[in-house]
Ligand binder design. Structure first.
Ligand code: RAM
Length: 360
């Protein structure tokens, strides 16, 4: 993938924005110095946990994909929290989950608009880095949520749950459903997605455990978080692997499309499906016997934590360094972990017994 050079991006920035901002973004005087520390971007200066929470800030949300119901819920959580905190919210983004160039240009737009902070879910770990570093040079706080960039390209990452936990639990769920035996496949999102790739690496590691010696991962397919492509990929998986016993789809778009395909096919209830889905999308497939169990975190809480972290960073209460703590309203206190990662909590497993208790 072609990454924009600093010169090209700066020339583009100068062409569309005020000269002062372009000069700042391209190496002129900056509001604050950003230095790399411990593999992540941390702003110079010390955190003041007692600093007043600033009001009237603008936080821009840039999800992986705007028309994805998962991000609609997540970003609404961010909007609600910002309202409570007396700050403003805006959302920009691409409708395709594989439009990294589009994401780069939205980062630049938010920088030009001089937002105070941005919350970004990255389609690719490296592609946004130049643009995000320019944003930080302009004093804009950058948090990633859901899908990270390289750590030095943001101040903090709001992780939905530990990647380790998510990768291993999805394998355990499927292994149980297929009696620890048979061929399995993974139906992922975009091939570059940081979050899915992190989970898939852990799944492969989990599968090395001798207790899974009779399970064989035959392939990883990519549906790009596009419903139609994910549906077709599921169909293809079953045609190419007639002995397939189960599919893990760690994406809300993928698991829904796979469930839709299985539920209308002869494989319903025979080929097991698990992964990450929303209760609202999956309810009918759990009830009609296509799916036994799947998992997810509360996306609204993820968006809320991203917003609250962005405001805490902008208020100087935290800088993104490991060990700093901050109050996230009713969500309680959070501590920043290694590499600026903040974990939301543990995922919930949904089955026919509890799926009706959730509405997202
Ligand atoms: C999709 C996206 C998102 C992921 C969820 C589980 O909506 O790929 O990044 O976290 O699924």
């Amino acid at each position: 993938m072609r990454k924009p050079s600093i010169r090209r991006t700066c020339a583009a920035l100068a062409a569309v924005t005020s000269l002062a901002l372009a000069a700042t973004a391209c190496g002129g005087t900056t509001k604050e110095d950003v230095k790399e520390e411990g593999g992540k971007a941390a702003t110079a200066g010390k955190a003041d946990p007692n600093a007043e929470t600033k009001k009237g800030l603008t936080v821009g949300f840039l999800p992986k994909q705007v028309n994805n119901p998962y991000f609609t819920v997540a970003d609404k959580g961010g909007e609600k929290a910002l309202k409570e905190l007396g700050s403003g919210y805006k959302e920009v983004g691409t409708s395709s989950g594989t439009d990294t160039a589009g994401q780069v240009s939205y980062v630049n737009t938010l920088t030009q608009q001089q937002v105070d902070a941005m919350a970004v879910s990255a389609q690719d770990p490296g592609a946004l880095c130049t643009a995000l570093k320019q944003a930080m040079k302009n004093g804009i706080k950058v948090v990633t949520y859901d899908s990270d960039t390289n750590p030095e390209c943001r101040n903090a990452f709001i992780s939905q749950a530990s990647a380790d936990d998510l990768g291993r639990t999805q394998v355990r769920l499927l292994a149980e459903q297929i009696g620890n035996k048979g061929e399995i496949a993974i139906l992922s999102a975009a091939q570059t997605a940081t979050n899915q790739n992190a989970w898939i690496d852990i799944m492969k590691d989990e599968l090395k455990d001798p207790k899974y010696k009779d399970i064989k991962l035959v392939t990883v397919a990519y549906g790009d978080d596009d419903a139609q492509k994910s549906f077709q990929q599921t169909q293809g998986l079953l045609q190419e692997h007639p002995n397939l016993k189960g599919i893990i789809s760690p994406t809300t778009v993928g698991i829904k499309a796979a469930a839709q395909y299985l539920s209308g096919s002869k494989y319903k209830g025979k080929v097991m499906l698990t992964g990450l889905g929303t209760p609202n999308d999956m309810r009918k497939y759990v009830k009609n016997g296509t799916v036994e169990a799947f998992e997810l975190w509360d996306p609204a809480k993820l968006g809320e934590l991203a917003a609250r972290t962005a405001v805490a960073l902008s208020s100087g209460q935290i800088t993104g360094k490991e060990g700093e703590t901050f109050e996230a309203g009713a969500m309680g206190e959070y501590t920043i972990g290694a590499d600026g990662v903040i974990n939301l909590g543990r995922p919930t497993v949904f089955t026919a017994e509890n799926v009706d208790q959730y509405n997202f």
